[in-house]
Write a protein that binds this ligand. Structure first.
Ligand SMILES: [Zn+2]
Length: 140
């Protein structure tokens, strides 16, 4: 069934980081801080396809935690302070470098999943025809 509306291909970086719908770029992606909405309130895209799993946490662990560890090690090696100093310096720094990137990273991963039609691999039986990003999601 042909779609009733041709949606432009929006770059995942532009829509996902801002927490916008990957199809129309106007609707909201999130209901809370990290919880996805059931669908887009503007174009009606069903977000059930979205499953970034622990991808955002992986990126935060790999890239955002490194500066925190470097800071903690540097403070420890340079000053040898009591542990409460780390509670006042390293812990807030770690929270600031790890928590804020989660939402834009999750948005980017969900938008990329939509943009590239990514889904779980199926082995064995032939896979059903895939929907393109331009489909409206309406039943055929
Ligand atoms: Zn939308």
């Amino acid at each position: 069934m042909p779609s009733t509306h041709d949606w432009p291909a929006l770059p995942p970086l532009h829509t996902g980081i801002r927490g916008r719908c990957p199809r129309c770029g106007e609707g909201h992606l999130f209901q809370g801080f990290l919880k996805l909405r059931p669908g887009c309130e503007v174009c009606g895209l069903d977000y059930s396809f979205a499953d970034p799993a622990d991808g955002p946490a992986f990126f935060v662990i790999c890239f955002a935690c490194v500066p925190s560890v470097v800071l903690a090690l540097w403070i420890e090696a340079q000053f040898g302070p009591p542990y409460w100093v780390h509670l006042l310096t390293t812990l807030p720094f770690m929270l600031l470098t790890c928590v804020p990137p989660l939402r834009p990273l999750k948005g980017w991963l969900v938008a990329s999943q939509f943009f590239f039609n990514a889904e779980e691999a199926r082995f064995g039986a032939a896979a059903p025809p895939r929907k393109t990003r331009h489909d409206t999601g309406a039943a055929a």
